[in-house]
Design a protein around this ligand. Structure first.
Ligand code: 5GP
Length: 210
């Protein structure tokens, strides 16, 4: 019995900034070596330590608008004063070859991806244990100015209000436990009948007595 014809899934993670999503995403990538991370395109400037093609594809406004016009993005949105979007080709290629794709996007991105590919998306929302902890984590990162942190806290509340649009919700009290929960969700979703492209042929042969 081969599952080589399994269709990949789109594993969409959202959370307010500072809820531990990046750590959980990194763990998933380490544990699932076949998994592909969707690298978004953005017009925002790289932060210190960010590299083009690793955190994002950093592009200018003209290039981004050209990508929109060409249909090269699966979804896109304006967040704060910048554009963010998901390049289409790497996602479609990965899914067709049975690889899962991990997305780290906000609720707008998750909603757009669900709209673009409802059968392929499995979405998980990660909640912080409380808002004090969230603010503390934003300060610890210390990459952003106070004004930006305040703006991110306001956006966090807005983000959290969309929790009930997701298939699964995790409260990240303990990162190890959350990483295990996330892995379990992924493993079970991989086995969903709709993703087992090989099954109908298998059952036909089964019934013929082969
Ligand atoms: P940041 O500038 O902190 O990296 O990201 C700002 C926001 O944009 C975050 O909420 C992030 O999840 C969201 N984002 C990142 N990539 C995408 C994308 O491809 N599409 C959409 N819609 N949002 C994205």
């Amino acid at each position: 019995m081969s599952n080589s014809a399994r269709r990949g899934l789109m594993f969409v993670l959202s959370s307010p900034s500072g809820a531990g999503k990046s750590t959980l995403a990194r763990r998933l990538m380490q544990q699932n070596t076949d998994m592909v991370l969707s690298i978004s395109a953005t017009t925002r400037a790289p932060r210190p330590g960010e590299a083009d093609g690793r955190e994002y594809h950093f592009v200018d406004h003209d290039r981004f608008e050209k990508m929109i016009d060409e249909g090269a993005l699966l979804e896109w949105a304006r967040v704060f004063d910048n554009y963010y979007g998901t390049p289409r080709a790497p996602v479609e290629g990965a899914l067709a070859s049975g690889k899962d794709v991990l997305f780290d996007v906000d609720w707008q991105g998750a909603r757009a991806l669900r709209g673009a590919a409802p059968e392929d998306v499995v979405s998980v929302f990660i909640l912080p244990p409380d808002m004090v902890e969230l603010e503390r984590r934003l300060h610890t990162r210390a990459q952003d100015s106070e004004a930006i942190i305040a703006r991110r806290m306001a956006k966090s509340a807005d983000e959290i209000r969309h929790w009930d649009e997701y298939d699964f919700v995790l409260v990240n009290r303990d990162v190890d436990a959350s990483a295990e929960d996330l892995q379990r969700i992924l493993t079970v979703e991989r086995g969903r009948r709709s993703r087992q492209s090989w099954l109908s042929e298998f059952v036909t042969a089964l019934l013929k007595g082969h």
